[in-house]
Design a protein around this ligand. Structure first.
Ligand code: PLP
Length: 400
């Protein structure tokens, strides 16, 4: 690896100032124009642009239906709510995820049953899923960690054998493919995130895809207070003001302002994804020579969405702990993150469900050794080089 930190004439202002943030949003004039046009149109909340975004999103991932909502958290809650969980019902998910995955299980009336992850991709471990199934299990919620699809062949087989629906947390995995099929077409429902830092961003937003035509009516109705618009269409001659509330639903609709931005971002998504692949490849080649540092693994048959670039430290090789490495990087102007502190280590999940670190050996070790490097489409090659070079130097200075 060439040393970019010393002597090289750097043209990139971010690196001349020696700062590479963890993330910068890639939103330009086109998105701004689309949002302004929407505001000028006078139709701000859910309307024609949301409908168009749903149509184009469904077509992009190849899903039969897409329901636009205010966040991925809303999408997960809406999907889990449709399962009509009863007290004591259990839903299996990975411990290495964001709390939204499991909090929505709690909000839908279920008990989150956490599993460990596989050591290579840090995705939900199908063998542990089998071990955690009980007569009370009602669903499986895989998370496609960092953008790498979980083992859906195994998970769908387990689900079929036990007649369990699969609701995927695909907050990281747009666009991703699993053995030729897009994420969004694999399980019963798939929840996507358009949060500011996600691969497609509308500021806040989400989408729930499904192939189930019966289910989708329920999802659309419950997304907006459980008001059935069809009631007046079918039974009323008085006009469009009459509606019926058929369920205590949610205020989870997307706005047309967000959808306008989403339509532009969706058009740009293939280009944004290519950029992510390029940055991942640059990191791979710059970092794979560093002894004791593992770069992300991509399994055969998988097209990675590359939401995060997560490296791992071998604690036996370095005297520096991951936490201090984050500080050292920060001192050199580099932002990094940890995805995630596993759920079983948080006070709520510990206290409410009695989880212990020993119950999740892979995730507990990972939580001490994983590091998410700066990773965003506007990153320059020089910035990638600066991060890789700085990381390599710090690690070399702290070898056992
Ligand atoms: C970001 C994220 C969510 C939540 O997405 P929002 O759109 O912010 O609600 C859920 N799960 C995972 C794994 C995430 O990273």
């Amino acid at each position: 690896m060439t040393s970019l930190a010393q002597g090289t004439k750097l043209k990139n202002p971010a690196v001349e100032n020696r700062t590479v943030p963890f993330f910068r949003p890639d939103v330009g004039e086109e998105e701004i124009r689309a949002v302004v046009d929407t505001i000028r149109s006078g139709w701000l909340t859910i309307g024609p642009r949301t409908e168009e975004f749903e149509k184009q999103f469904a077509s992009f991932v190849g899903a039969d239906h897409a329901v636009a909502v205010s966040s991925c958290t809303a999408a997960l809650h809406l999907g889990l709510d449709a399962l009509a969980l009863q007290p004591g019902d259990e839903v299996i998910t990975s411990t290495l995820t964001f709390t939204a995955t499991a909090e929505t299980i709690v909000h839908a009336g279920g008990r989150p049953v956490l599993t460990d992850c596989t050591p290579d991709t840090l995705n939900i471990d199908p063998e542990d899923v089998v071990r955690k199934i009980t007569p009370r299990t009602r669903a499986i919620v895989p998370v496609h960690y960092a953008g790498h699809p979980a083992q859906m062949t195994e998970l769908l087989e387990i689900a079929r054998a036990h007649k369990l629906p699969v609701v995927e947390d695909a907050a990281h995995s747009l666009p991703a493919k699993y053995h030729g099929r897009m994420v969004g077409t694999l399980g019963d429902m798939t929840a996507f995130s358009f949060y500011a830092t996600k691969n497609l961003c509308t500021g806040e937003g989400g989408m729930l895809t499904t192939a189930n035509s019966e289910l989708v009516d329920r999802l659309r109705t419950r997304r907006l207070h459980g008001m059935s618009r069809d009631a007046w269409r079918r039974y009323s001659s008085e006009g469009a003001w009459r509606y019926d509330v058929s369920y205590p639903g949610f205020k989870y609709n997307m706005t047309d302002i967000a959808a306008a931005m989403g339509l532009v971002q969706l058009r740009r998504l293939p280009e944004l994804h290519r950029k992510r692949q390029e940055i991942a490849a640059l990191y791979d080649s710059a970092l794979s020579g560093i002894r004791g540092l593992s770069v992300p693994v991509t399994r055969p048959g998988v097209e990675h969405a590359w939401h995060l670039y997560v490296v791992r430290l071998d604690p036996d090789q370095f005297t520096i702990h991951r936490d201090r490495l984050i500080e050292e990087l920060k001192n050199r102007g580099i932002g990094s993150q940890v995805h995630f502190i596993p759920l079983h280590l948080h006070s709520f999940y510990r206290n409410a469900f009695g989880y212990r670190p020993d119950d999740f050996l892979v995730a507990s070790l990972a939580s001490e050794t994983i590091l998410s490097l700066p990773f965003f489409t506007l990153m320059s090659d020089i910035e990638v080089g600066y991060v890789a070079d700085t990381l390599g130097r710090i690690l070399d200075a702290n070898r056992r």
